[in-house]
Design a protein around this ligand. Structure first.
Ligand code: C5P
Length: 282
């Protein structure tokens, strides 16, 4: 039996650059893992069965097991390897789902790595990346974690060796934003220019307010237009002293970066009606 954690991510800038012929979009983003984690236990089975027990999320609990991204991840790896031994997956959810925090993608990546370790098997990095990407655009990032620049669908990754000193307040209003809808609403008919996100995050270390000028999330305008309540949370994060605030992924979660834990905790008191957590970069 092994026990692993699967961290959430936030996007410190997310630009939807162009629409591609395959229906996806090229993005320019900076992923950062935070220490808000789902907990996963994996147990080897003697037969080929794959089971998944979910705790802490009613919607995921009632979902058919075939649709669970962790189960899909194990199936794909097991088929590729011709592995005979199945797995029991126990998943304790703490990351809100469908929230722009990559929870499901992170669980899938963690289970992929965990299964290989339990089976004592390896998959070459290129194939593993293909399997990860076939599960979802954010899954490749979670195979490595940390802070990374992401391009293409998010699978071309460059690690960024930066220590982010901020305390991160994550606020989720519980509104479910379907990702395909959000991409459509960006209406990227003409290619957009790309910012140097890595340079901007480094600049932010000595001039935190510069992040407000340089880092954007292209999903904010359509999401805030459809759900003004989400845009108001961003304003409130600034009102409560955030150095920088942004929506993560296609929403609906927002995060604020604070100088100290005390300031983040104090700001959290202003969001009593919502799910919220204070986290550090992982
Ligand atoms: O890869 P993932 O399953 O997260 O994508 C869900 C949907 O979001 C895709 O079917 C596509 O409509 C949209 N998407 C996109 N460009 C990306 C990622 C996702 O258009 N880079």
């Amino acid at each position: 039996m092994i026990q692993i954690t699967a961290p959430a991510k936030i996007n410190l800038g997310l630009e939807v650059v162009r629409r591609r012929d395959d229906g996806y979009h090229d993005i320019n983003t900076l992923f950062a893992a935070i220490d808000l984690c789902d907990e996963i236990r994996l147990q080897l089975r003697d037969d080929r069965e794959i089971t998944c027990t979910v705790d802490g999320d009613e919607r995921l609990k009632s979902e058919a097991i075939e649709n669970n991204l962790c189960v899909k991840a194990v199936r794909k790896a097991s088929e590729h390897l011709g592995e005979e031994r199945g797995l029991d997956i126990y998943l304790r959810k703490q990351i809100p789902t469908g929230a722009g925090l990559g929870g499901g993608s992170s669980d899938a990546a963690a289970v992929l790595k965990g299964a290989l370790s339990l089976w004592d098997r390896d998959i070459d990095p290129t194939t593993l990346l293909q399997i990860a990407l076939s599960l979802g655009s954010d899954v490749p990032f979670f195979l490595q974690g940390g802070v990374a620049h992401g391009s293409s669908r998010g699978e071309i990754l460059q690690p960024v060796e930066i220590e982010l000193p901020y305390h991160c307040l994550v606020v989720n209003p519980g509104i479910h934003i379907p990702t395909p809808w959000a991409y459509r609403e960006v209406k990227r008919t003409v290619e957009r220019g790309e910012s140097d996100l890595v340079a901007h995050i480094w600049e932010g270390l000595h001039d935190p307010l510069s992040m407000r000028r340089h880092l954007v999330n292209d999903f904010e305008p359509p999401v805030f237009a459809a759900y003004p309540e989400i845009g108001e949370i961003k304003e409130r994060l600034y009102h409560h002293g955030a150095l920088f605030a942004l929506m993560s992924g296609s929403g609906s979660t927002l995060f604020g970066l604070f100088e100290t834990r005390e300031r983040a905790d104090k700001a959290q008191e202003g969001f009593g009606e919502y799910w919220s957590r204070v986290a550090r970069f992982a």
